[in-house]
Design a protein around this ligand. Structure first.
Ligand code: GLP
Length: 253
């Protein structure tokens, strides 16, 4: 695991976005795994800027998002599909047919999960999987005690996760379930790139990097990944103990 600690969240974001840009520059037909959440908002702003500046094209890029709320249609503005359209897809030259998220309002979630797995395989697997982390250590919507070999499936959201995301659902109708890539699905990505910023993530980050490998903290499975990069700001790194082991990056390179 490569752990990079930046003194500010802005620098952590710049570095993470740069790694994604470099991936697309190196391979124009990259398959990117994408994530949602507040942490990722500035990442998509940076990718839009890189596109506008002519640094990258998404014309041949394929994307698979980690997850979607069960029951929300793609057109629902609170869906992750709508979020991705607004944050990235509507602003760049990506082929809409190459952008994939689980369909939240599917009548058959099990079939939809199998379809999603098959689509990832048909695309040749994911080159770079962007990951955030939940305050409880979840990745995608793989809540604590998710099987570390799980595949795309329906997961119930924990009270903690529902509380953390409740502000997106002011009418108090937050979905109780999500369709999410499994931990095993995520682990098959050729490079996992996690970004965590802010003090609310410090406990989950410490459990991920220094804790035991445990389904109690699904992100800790990254300890087993052959190529995992974790980019942190100082506050998200605040509960780490083995400081001498990590790269502390004052500049953004
Ligand atoms: C949601 C998403 C995760 C994300 C997490 C953290 O639960 N399903 O993929 O990592 O939120 O989100 P935030 O960045 O808003 O803290």
């Amino acid at each position: 695991m490569r752990v990079l600690i930046f003194d500010t969240a802005e620098k952590a974001v710049v570095h993470t976005a740069r790694l994604i840009v470099e991936q697309v520059q190196a391979r124009g037909d990259s398959v990117l795994g994408l994530a949602t959440g507040a942490t990722m908002v500035p990442i998509y702003a940076a990718l839009r800027a890189a596109y506008r500046a002519g640094q990258i094209s998404f014309a041949q890029v394929t994307t698979f998002n980690l997850d979607e709320y069960l029951g929300l249609s793609p057109a629902d503005p609170r869906s992750y599909r709508a979020t991705m359209q607004a944050e990235l897809f509507d602003h760049v030259d990506i082929d809409p047919a190459r952008t994939h998220l689980p369909i939240g309002d599917t009548p058959d979630p099990k079939a939809e999960a199998a379809r999603y797995e098959a689509a990832i395989a048909a695309a040749g697997g994911i080159d770079l999987q962007l990951l955030g982390i939940g305050r409880n250590g979840h990745i995608g919507f793989n809540e604590p005690i998710s099987s570390l070999t799980s595949r795309t499936r329906v997961k119930a959201l924990t009270p903690d996760t529902r509380a953390a995301n409740a502000h997106y659902f002011p009418d108090d109708d937050m979905p109780r379930f999500a369709l999410t890539m499994g931990v095993g699905t995520i682990m098959e990505a050729r490079h996992c790139l996690m970004l965590a910023t802010g003090p609310a993530k410090a406990d989950a980050v410490a459990a991920t990097i220094e804790g035991p490998l445990s389904a109690a903290c699904p992100a800790s499975v990254l300890q087993m990944h052959r190529r995992a990069t974790v980019v942190l700001d100082r506050s998200a790194a605040g509960r780490l103990k083995l400081w001498g082991h990590y790269a502390q990056v004052e500049e953004d390179r």
